[in-house]
Ligand binder design. Structure first.
Ligand SMILES: [Zn+2]
Length: 253
């Protein structure tokens, strides 16, 4: 049988040891998530090893294998070296990758999600405030996978939300209008500035993040709301959330 070779752009989201000298990689690609093998890369003589680091954006050449495809070449497009340099960036990277991993199935084509992943890593690597990058990422990702939180119309009555709305319901998936604010007793308080921030992040391109001046209280509330909503959507917490919180202090913005 002739070996079949193909090219793929990828971002390496997870990595583990596999047999004695190999590694198993989980890749985000425009064609979806896939698991592949990098052979011999745990040997010091491996030339491929330096080109398949975790969180690297790369152009790969792969050979179709019997079970798992095999990486034969890797050309690094971006190694995101700045975010590797500090714990805050690294904590963010783990969180971004884990969230992608949790919401995707293997081999399910999704170009927008892949593009979002690369944009998010690029923005974080450029030194933009981590929490704002993560909020923008979460909102876009939820949109792409069909869980866009409702921030314009009340999820119960579908009426346009006014500035008086002040309750966010993770279960109902959005901000409730004043009349329906009591419908979910577990709904969380949301101040107007936070409501506006989330709406803004849901729509604006990542380029605006660098110019934003948002108070700490509003940013913390946005995080609380998004964490609660994601917990509802995913039905669990992500492992990297603990690391994210540990590395919060090194994020001096
Ligand atoms: Zn309503």
């Amino acid at each position: 049988m002739r070996e079949r070779i193909y090219r793929s752009e990828a971002l390496i989201v997870r990595r583990s040891d596999f047999s004695e000298a190999d590694r198993l990689l989980v890749l985000a690609t425009p064609a979806g998530k896939r698991r592949v093998v990098a052979k011999g890369v745990r040997k010091t003589s491996s030339r491929l090893a330096g080109h398949i680091e975790l969180f690297t954006h790369t152009a790969l050449l792969l050979a179709v294998g019997r079970n798992l495809d095999i990486i034969t070449q890797s050309q690094v497009l971006d190694s995101f070296s700045a975010l590797r340099g500090d714990l805050s960036g690294l904590g963010g990277a783990y969180y971004i990758a884990e969230l992608y991993d949790k919401v995707t199935e293997e081999q399910e084509e999704n170009r927008p999600l892949f593009d979002l992943l690369v944009t998010t890593f690029t923005t974080l690597d450029a030194g933009v405030a981590r929490d704002l990058v993560l909020r923008a990422y979460e909102l876009r990702l939820l949109d792409i996978i069909g869980y866009r939180p409702q921030l314009h119309r009340c999820p119960i009555c579908q009426e346009l939300l006014t500035e008086e709305a002040n309750r966010f319901s993770p279960t109902l998936g959005g901000v409730l209008c004043q009349r329906d604010g009591v419908a979910d007793r577990a709904a969380l308080p949301v101040q107007l500035a936070t409501f506006k921030l989330l709406r803004y992040l849901q729509q604006q391109p990542f380029e605006v993040l660098n110019q934003m001046q948002i108070s700490v209280g509003v940013r913390q509330e946005a995080e609380t709301l998004m964490r609660a909503y994601l917990r509802h959507v995913l039905e669990r917490d992500l492992k990297s959330v603990a690391f994210l919180e540990e590395t919060l202090r090194s994020n001096a913005t």
